[in-house]
Design a protein around this ligand. Structure first.
Ligand SMILES: Cc1cc2nc3c(=O)[nH]c(=O)nc-3n(C[C@H](O)[C@H](O)[C@H](O)COP(=O)(O)O)c2cc1C
Length: 199
């Protein structure tokens, strides 16, 4: 299924092609591809170059990491995630290493790293589906994540599968058109709400 964004004006193909499927194929992700996703994350920008992102990667069939992550997912996410060959937890370091003070931008930086993973995944022919629907506290405990780190999101990674594997309601949303706020309602100049003039 092609759910490429119908962008106006055109944008880079890696941005256009990325979307969040629920129908994942059973096919395994090649280890070298998987490594490149996290290498991409490593080169994301961060406040004071703190690099607050950390990842717990569960590869199906390898060890118990996958099933432990799976066990933290919301029921609604379990329904489709069970097809995904890779599950990841994303955590951020709350304090600056340089002075031990709170880093107010650590979640911003973590999100950027996640975006890099998604874009690199697209370049590899893979898809990423990010999730807030999981028990972060449970994950924090299960993986003994230290208190100065916060487990914040999860993601499923894999190849695109056949929507027929999904229950009826999810099958429908899998093929539904993707919606976005219009650009003119996002980009301002002069004062808030005043359209930026692109010419
Ligand atoms: C932080 C975050 C949390 C999300 N949580 C969930 C989730 O728990 N379950 C789910 O099915 N999708 C989840 N999504 C996926 C979004 O619904 C999806 O990105 C959005 O609808 C836009 O669709 P697109 O990624 O295909 O462009 C999440 C996405 C992000 C970035």
């Amino acid at each position: 299924m092609d759910k490429s964004a119908n962008t106006q004006p055109a944008v880079h193909e890696l941005i256009r092609k990325r979307w969040s499927p629920r129908a994942f194929d059973n096919r395994e992700v090649e280890p070298e591809k998987l490594e490149r996703l996290f290498e991409a994350a490593r080169w994301s920008a961060s406040c004071f170059n703190e690099q607050p992102w950390r990842f717990i990667v569960g590869v199906r069939g390898r060890d118990e990491t996958y099933s432990k992550i799976f066990g933290t997912l919301a029921e609604g996410n379990k329904i489709w995630c069970r097809h995904a060959p890779v599950l990841v937890l994303l955590a951020g370091k709350k304090l600056f290493s340089r002075n031990g003070k709170p880093n107010d931008w650590y979640l911003y930086d973590l999100g950027q790293a996640a975006a890099y993973i998604s874009v690199q995944a697209t370049a590899e022919g893979l898809y990423v589906h990010q999730m807030a629907g999981f028990d972060a506290r449970k994950a924090q405990t299960l993986f003994r994540v230290p208190d100065d780190y916060r487990v914040f999101t999860a993601m499923a990674i894999g190849y695109l599968g056949n929507p027929e594997i999904l229950p009826e309601d999810l099958k429908k949303s899998e093929s539904a058109p993707r919606e976005r706020i219009e650009l003119k309602n996002l980009v301002f100049a002069e004062k808030w709400g005043e359209n930026f003039n692109w010419k």
